[in-house]
Design a protein around this ligand. Sequence first.
Ligand SMILES: *Cc1c(COP(=O)(O)O)cnc(C)c1O
Length: 416
Amino acid sequence: MPDPRRPIHREYFATHLEAMSDGTRFPLDTLQTNHGGQPIVARYDLDAIRSRIPRDALRERPTTMWRYRELLPYADENAIVSLGENMSPLLDCHTLGNRLGVPKLRIKDESMLPTGSFKARGMAMAVTMAKALGVTHVGTPTAGNAGGALAAYAARAGMQCTVLMPADTPVVNQREAAWYGARAFVVDGLIHQCGAIVKEGADRGLWFDMSTMKEPYRLEGKKTMGLELADQLGWRLPDAIFYPTGGGTGLVGMHKAFHELRELGWLDPETPLPKLFACQASGCAPVVTAMEQGRDTAELVENATTAASGLRVPKPFADRMILQALRETDGRAIAASEERLRHWTGEAMRAEGVALCPEAGACLAAVETALAAGHIRPEDEIVVFNTGAAQKYVEFLETELPALHRANIDWNKLSS
Ligand SMILES: *Cc1c(COP(=O)(O)O)cnc(C)c1O
């Protein structure tokens, strides 16, 4: 088993793991889950990176998430479990932006990552580390894309995989996990109930628990969204980021990335961090409620429902970290109705040709709300994350069928 502390092909800057609850430190070469009911995060020797690696060194590297290797915890370049995690496009969306009233709108399109969602970033990193630490069987609850992504990376790594999902998980997500060779179980309940089963299985020694924020490395993989965004903007950041928040890994990961980049001096330490907007659906908005009530933690949402399955997380485990990131950046949490998220998903697909997922539709609806409320200005630079591919939401696409004509050609229709 390779020791992740020992640099094999390069300098290695990760130093230790740190518990968010009380600062307890753990060594990197041990398998860690969470501590004191809160996540554990990876830390780096940023001073050493600053003095040894110029930012421009990145220019020569391949355009994948692994180009930020100094800020990632893996040691052995040859032991990465990868399906080709290329940089995702940052698309100017003027047409859609004009419709929303924010012409400087960009969409960071994560739909092209392996398995069709940004979950690939987190799983590539976490499976790489789990494999290096000797794990042979991984398990996860999933509301949608996480199960498929874990199943795919586990297959790639030659590991066993067990996925538990609510019975109303989109059919593509259910099937893909099974097709990638995972044992896929459907549970009559919501994701936190699936999570409780995965935890018990881990306690029984059946598998390693890869739940969102319950091991430290998915966060590091998702952090690369923030590193990449800064890189693509020429080491600047936008005024505001709208991110569809379920478990909150992406939001917390980007926040961590921006702090690390500022401390490194790769970003100007004086530039303000972008306002982070956590976008949720009205049918499941625990973060919105917590912000409104001025709380530090989220309350469990009963009977959570929304077509944006990635947002159906009734109580995110990283709630404290999410709320802290929003408050620290003067951001907000905004809920979108099903009608508005559906509307903006369609608008984006028709106006820009982006394969938008309903979760990102909730973000566009939140942009509309934030602008009307004066939380953002029309001249602001806005980045919306499209976290998944439209193609994975068959049921959602079918609810409102655009006119599909039959093959008995009617030239009157075709000529008009
Ligand atoms: C998982 C998921 C989310 C929520 O992600 P977090 O970073 O855990 O908040 C959003 N959108 C899609 C498409 C997802 O699959």
